[in-house]
Design a protein around this ligand. Structure first.
Ligand SMILES: O=C(c1ccccc1)c1ccc(-c2nc3ccccc3n2[C@H](C(=O)NC2CCCCC2)C2CCCCC2)cc1
Length: 233
């Protein structure tokens, strides 16, 4: 059984990503707000668009600190951000949902989300994703790396130099694999399960526009940034 060793360079690389991740996260105050009271579908949709708009802004800041990102072709930088923003917001939502809350609060939060206005058909896949992410009990390094790996996915639409993106994603996958072995020594399949969540994310991404336009309310207003990111309107 070979000893898993994280090199000093990998540790430094990891710290850059973790530091950027912790500095660029909107506070999970959306959960607090939701626990306070039940809002109408319109108010919830507005809350979602506000949260998602500020999350895209912090996602750009986080991404700029991923080693090598700023040296990519500028159009590819945009293609990677555009291609990963929805997945990053579901990943962040899952992390907010599975964060430690006082007893019974998660159930209230789930109830509020179920009644928020999202159409029924998307509840199961969304909560399946949230619960399987919660069951992984990721440490923050794993959360930060998983978000960075999601962003640095070579086969997003319109990416021209996929090899350049692969070269940036690989070192992050290497560190993540080692971290999984170190933090979850009794779960040899943990790394594979983590990457399996990225496949689930792509499924959610696949029907995100339909999810948004099927919110149970009439005119759905989006900010210009979200129209761009969400492919709506
Ligand atoms: O329909 C959705 C969608 C979004 C983007 C693209 C396609 C569909 C769609 C709908 C809800 C949630 C969603 N799952 C959550 C889990 C826990 C806590 C809040 C959550 N939310 C929403 C939210 O604010 N998410 C933020 C979280 C920070 C990062 C940006 C996103 C609120 C919005 C107010 C009403 C209740 C849920 C997440 C997603």
């Amino acid at each position: 059984k070979e000893k898993v060793v994280i090199t000093k360079d990998q540790q430094a690389f990891m710290n850059v990503i973790l530091d950027a991740y912790n500095r660029h996260q909107i506070p999970p105050d959306v959960a607090k707000k939701l626990l306070q009271e039940q809002y109408s579908a319109e108010e919830n949709f507005l809350l979602l668009t506000e949260m998602a708009t500020s999350q895209v802004q912090v996602l750009v800041e986080f991404t700029k600190h991923i080693p090598g990102f700023l040296s990519l072709d500028h159009e590819d930088q945009i293609a990677l951000l555009k291609g990963s923003a929805v997945e990053a917001s579901f990943l962040r939502s899952a992390q907010v949902f599975s964060s430690k809350m006082p007893n019974g609060h998660t159930e209230v939060l789930e109830e509020r989300i179920r009644k928020s206005g999202i159409s029924e058909e998307f509840m199961t896949p969304m909560f399946n994703f949230y619960k399987t992410i919660g069951e992984l009990h990721m440490v923050e390094e794993e959360q930060a790396l998983l978000t960075a790996i999601t962003i640095m996915t070579p086969d997003r639409p319109y990416v021209k130099d996929q090899q350049a993106v692969e070269r940036l994603q690989e070192p992050m996958l290497d560190v993540l694999r080692k971290l999984c072995a170190l933090h979850h020594p009794h779960e040899p399949q943990y790394f594979a399960r983590l990457l399996g969540r990225l496949t689930e994310l792509r499924t959610l991404n696949h029907y995100h526009a339909e999810m948004l336009t099927s919110w149970r309310m009439n005119d759905h207003k989006f900010t210009p940034l979200l129209c761009e990111i969400w492919d709506v309107q």
